[in-house]
Unconditional design. Structure first.
Lengths: 187, 187
């Protein structure tokens, strides 16, 4: 029998996994995601990087595991904090585990029916993402928010429903505080 | 539909996960695991804690994920460094991901045919344990070696084969250096 090879790799202080597949999401990759369209168009002139992902992925096979770091930069579109697109798993019953490495933020989770949960994250926080919950991370601080995620190799990503419907809540700064407010556009 | 609840929990500086199920392995729980039986009996008078595990586990269901921290204490039995028992997964094709938090050590891995790999670990190291490999962690330093593990909820543990046959290599200190030597008792 042919076995896959074990390996170790050290995440560097900036969250980079050497040799991993890199994905970059700029603001221009996220049209329609933020509530304040005017602020979006204004910031688009700079088109900042919102987040980067370094992923080490296996074949899509039941029982195998992938891991990835995300570097989510600080910033806001209007009063809404920078976030990752967010997704359900294509195999909806796949769970995921996050571990926060640096910075400050949280995870916004949502059931298919629109029930929302918010889990604050700081270095050392483990988050359990149960099967069936969409999940998005949010940087509520002023430095890069960096975390490690471990997910089943066959989980897959379903970005479509979140892109169309969004999350029922927005994570915003109001009077210097982090608040969750209803998303007026959520349906 | 009833959904499981998401949650966040912060691993403290000693590797403890508040609220998690705790397991303690003392030297007396590991009879037959170390090579030097005379040194084992001598140290047994103190019966030190070799390691502690804090586990947050779900029902054994395909696609769900467990996580656990291990605090593996520094020490030796004869010239052999303290280690965890080590196991295959009961569902042998389940992978696992480790993330080193504190201290210094490594992972000893072995196929069912006895091929061995050694992966050094320091804080920031992610280790990919592929399907089918038995795995044991070893503390090669002089402070607690602490790491986080994420594994499929239905992986299970098969300790039996390692308890009977051991690993083909021992991790020992010789002239102040960490060395892998053949296990004379391995069959």
């Amino acid at each position: 029998m042919e076995y896959k090879r074990p390996f170790g790799v050290r995440i560097d202080e900036n969250g980079v996994i050497p040799g991993a597949k890199k994905l970059v999401r700029r603001l221009s990759d996220m049209r329609g995601y933020f509530y304040d369209e005017k602020a979006y168009e204004e910031l688009l002139k700079e088109d900042p990087v919102v987040y980067e992902v370094y992923a080490v992925e296996q074949e899509e096979k039941d029982g195998d595991l992938n891991f990835a770091t995300t570097i989510l930069y600080p910033g806001k579109v209007g009063k809404e904090f920078f976030f990752t697109k967010g997704h359900f798993h294509a195999k909806a019953d796949r769970a995921e585990i996050y571990y926060a490495l640096k910075g400050k933020g949280g995870m916004l989770l949502q059931t298919p029916e629109g029930e929302v949960e918010w889990v604050p994250m700081e270095p050392g926080t483990v988050v359990y993402v149960p099967p069936y919950w969409a999940h998005r991370t949010v940087n509520t601080g002023d430095e890069p928010f960096i975390f490690l995620a471990i997910y089943p190799a066959d989980a897959g990503h379903d970005y479509g429903s979140i892109k169309e419907k969004g999350f029922a809540k927005l994570v915003v700064e109001e009077n210097g505080e982090v608040k969750l407010i209803d998303n007026p556009r959520w349906k």
